[in-house]
Each structure stands twice: as C-alpha cells, then as structure tokens.
Ligand binder design. Structure first.
Ligand SMILES: [Zn+2]
Length: 467
C-alpha cells in the first residue's frame, strides 16, 4: 500500500518548486571549486550554509565533518521513522568543476534561466541532484511532520577531484554511512523524457608505450631510408590496437545478447551523439557495425592517445629521433580487469616490432577497475514505481563511459546493499564543460520521484528493502 500522504506531499513539493529552485540558485552562486585552492574557502562556506539549511529543515546530527588535508563533507539525518523502517542514505556532492569563463554565455556563478534550462556551473552536476532530495524531504516534513523512512544525507566536497578522502571519511565516521539502501545522485538521464538508472562504469588503464632506435637524433638527409624512424614505428604500433574506425581492436568483450538487444532502445540517436560530442559538419559518428551505440560507449573498451613525445611544430627539425613515446588511455569494459587488458595490449605491442625498434610497454598513472551492477529486488521495484508515477515510465538502465571513483568506492564498500544511481543530468547538460545547465522539468520530476521513492522504500520495511 503506498503511503496515504503521497499525493498531498507531491502536490506540496510541486507548489514549493519556486522556493526549491531559489535555494538551488543560492547554492550555485557560491563558486565551490574543489580543484582550485583559492576557492576552498567557498567550498567551506557552502558546506556551512548547507549544514544550517538542513538543520532548519528539521534534520538532526547536521554536521560539517572534517579530516586533516581534506575538504569537508556535510552530513545530516532523520532517524525517527522507527527501527522497522529502512535507513536510506542519500549521497551527493557540493563541489564544482572549474570554469573557462570566456566560453560561457552567462556568468557560470549567476544562475540564469533560458527557456526550460537553468544555466550555472554545478546546476545539474551535482547541486540539482541532491537539492531535489531536499525539496522532497521538506515537503514530507511540512506535510506530515515526518519522513516515511529513516534518512541520512552525505554531501561530499571533493567529488570533482576524484573523492581522494572519501574512504577515509567512511573509516573515520562509519555511523554517517550506515544504511540499508543508498541513493547516489550524480548520474545522467538518456533524455528529458526518459529517466536513467546507472548500472555500470567503465574502468581505466593508462599505458606508456616507448619506441627506441638510436643513441642520438641523426640527420634525415644522411640516414633517412636506412635507419628506423621511431615516430613512424610508434604510430604503426598504436594503429595495431585499433580497427579501421579507430576503435579498440583488441580486448573486446562479449555482452549478453539480451542486454545488447535492449541497448538498441537507449535513446542515443545520431542527433544526440552529434550534439553531445560537438561533431562538426561533414563528419559522422563512428558507424555502429551492428553494435548499439550504448554498447560502444558503456560496455566495450576504447582507446585515446592522451600524450606523445612525437616531434611538434615548435621543435621541428630534419632529423630522425632517438625515441618516441605515447600515453594511451584505455577505457575498460565494466567487468574487465586492468591486468587482463594490460596483458593483451602488451602482447599486441611487443610482438615483432615495426622496423625492429626496441619497444617497451608499462602501466602509467593509476588503473581503476569498472563496475557492473545487477539492479534487482524490491528496492528497484520501488524505484520503478516511483518513476512510473512521476515520469510516466520506468528508468532505463544506462552506463557511464568514464570512471567515477566514488561509485566504485561505494560499490566496493556497500556492494551488498541496493545502490540506486540516478541524477538530474541529461545529454544537453554539458557537465564539466561550458554552459552547464539543468533541465527544470527534469528537476521537478526528480523532486516528485524522490517524494514517492521515500514512501515506497519506507513501505518495504527494513528487512524487505534488501529482498
Ligand atoms: Zn558530479
């Protein structure tokens, strides 16, 4: 039985939408950029402001948690629903990506409404994500004086720099993370009409490839045609890893046929890809070749050359170079180990080197494994019902082509709990890029879905929520 107060609470949340958007705009006016030391005071200012607002909302244990060498985390809770009700942990982050102000059409820290969208750095990544929960919590507390389940909030201040201290916070403040189900709100929806439930991340492996042939740079007029050119050898080696489209040719994985079939329905059409990736006129997205775009983006490995020591225009000279190297960034399939991929890549790069050059292959930087999650059980049925009631459709399962360290960490520490990854981003959000924006309609649906979700999860009870 759904909670009898859901309709009135949803109506209240809807009536308060203007105020919820004002609250969001207030937060967005604070440039809480975690990667820039001169903005660390803003991160702290915003954290304190959020803490105060959560207390005013009626939550308890509202605190700004600190650790040496870390930016803070804001926590709060409401634990009066009773021991038989589940505790829902809501995660979001308050810090922002930096801005390249010259590419913005309006000030990134002055939230500006144009049409259905609110433009500001952090509007959708991730302030709108967790403020949508504040809107729902406020409506519940004002409408009924209580929440339908116990709730904990964790708002991180370092997500945009890779959550380097989140695990230390989990160790230092374990109580703040105690929950039966988690809603991690920092992900994307496939369109403004179709909500997304994120179930996979790709991992990351960085490989350093070096070719060596000569003890010194030598004149190309004297030796060209007779000694190996390491630059050309390097390019040929990189080409070995790719197919004619430039996609990763080695280390591909098999995905379940049922998944592949469903992936054709993900609304990742050509227009969305063109628009999202800023493809110029006259160039097309890579051909699908019987594999859905969603699979190419989320479930297959991909490769990008992120650095090389190839000759540049600035150091141009008529010489064969001694060495050449490249850093290759390889996105791993969600269930692919970095070790296995490294072995495959090393094998391909070191077998019969072009022109007989010396080839060395090493792991560079850090490697992060992906994450693949099977969302099933009563908590996810509850999610389906909450979205059906508010978006008019269940969420589709989506992946993330990149790596999100906090998700991998929650997966590692709390992988036995239902982990609900949702958010308010959509393909036009341009998170991390210029003119980041939030679709106001998505935000309103997120608030409403959260009103329903708290009731649905509460109705399952503490033991029922895990299935
Ligand atoms: Zn984010």
């Amino acid at each position: 039985m759904p909670h009898p107060a859901v309709p009135a609470t949803a109506a209240r949340a809807s009536a308060q939408m203007g105020e919820t958007l004002d609250l969001l705009a207030d937060y967005l006016a604070i440039p809480a950029i975690s990667c820039e030391a001169e903005h660390h005071a803003d991160v702290r200012l915003l954290a304190a402001r959020i803490r105060d607002d959560l207390e005013k909302l009626g939550l308890s244990a509202c605190e700004v948690l600190e650790l040496d060498g870390a930016l803070p985390i804001v926590v709060a809770e409401w634990m009066k629903a009773g021991a038989d009700k589940p505790t829902v942990l809501i995660y979001g982050h308050l810090d922002l990506q930096p801005v390249e102000i010259e590419h913005w059409n309006s000030d990134p820290h002055v939230p500006t409404r144009r049409g259905d969208r609110l433009y500001a750095r952090g509007s959708a990544d991730d302030m709108g994500g967790w403020v949508s929960h504040m809107g729902a919590i406020r409506a519940w507390l004002e409408e009924t004086g209580e929440l339908p389940c116990n709730v904990r909030l964790v708002i991180e201040g370092e997500e945009e720099i890779g959550s380097p201290n989140l695990e230390r916070f989990m160790d230092a403040y374990p109580k703040a993370f105690e929950a039966d189900v988690m809603v991690l709100t920092d992900c994307e929806n496939p369109s403004v009409d179709v909500p997304g439930l994120t179930v996979s991340l790709r991992g990351l492996l960085e490989v350093e490839l070096t070719c060596e042939a000569l003890g010194a740079d030598v004149h190309s007029g004297l030796w060209g045609g007779m000694v190996p050119d390491v630059s050309i050898a390097l390019i040929r080696l990189i080409a070995r890893l790719t197919d004619e489209d430039g996609r990763m040719a080695v280390g591909r994985v098999d995905v379940p046929q049922t998944w592949r079939k469903a992936a054709w329905d993900v609304p990742l059409d050509e227009a969305t890809i063109r628009d999202g990736a800023h493809i110029v006129e006259g160039v097309d997205p890579l051909p699908a070749r019987d594999i859905p775009p969603a699979e190419w983006l989320w479930r297959q490995p991909s490769i990008t050359v992120v650095a090389t020591t190839l000759p540049t225009a600035a150091n141009k000279k008529n010489a064969l170079r001694r060495t050449a190297s490249a850093t290759l960034s390889i996105r791993l399939a969600p269930d692919q180990s970095a070790e296995a991929m490294f072995a495959v890549v090393k094998e391909a790069l070191t077998a019969s080197p072009p022109a007989g050059v010396k080839v060395s292959v090493a792991q560079a930087g850090w490697a992060g494994e992906g994450w693949l999650y099977e969302p099933s059980g009563p908590a996810f049925d509850a999610v389906d019902r909450a979205y059906e009631a508010t978006w008019g459709t269940r969420p589709v399962q989506v992946g993330v082509g990149g790596s999100i360290p906090f998700v991998a960490l929650f997966g590692k520490r709390f992988g036995d709990l239902p982990l609900i990854l949702n958010g308010v981003m959509d393909p036009r959000t341009t998170a991390h890029g210029p003119n980041e924006s939030l679709h106001v309609g998505i935000f309103a649906k997120a608030v409403a879905a959260n009103v329903h979700l708290l009731a649905e999860l509460g109705a399952l009870g503490k033991t029922g929520v895990k299935g």
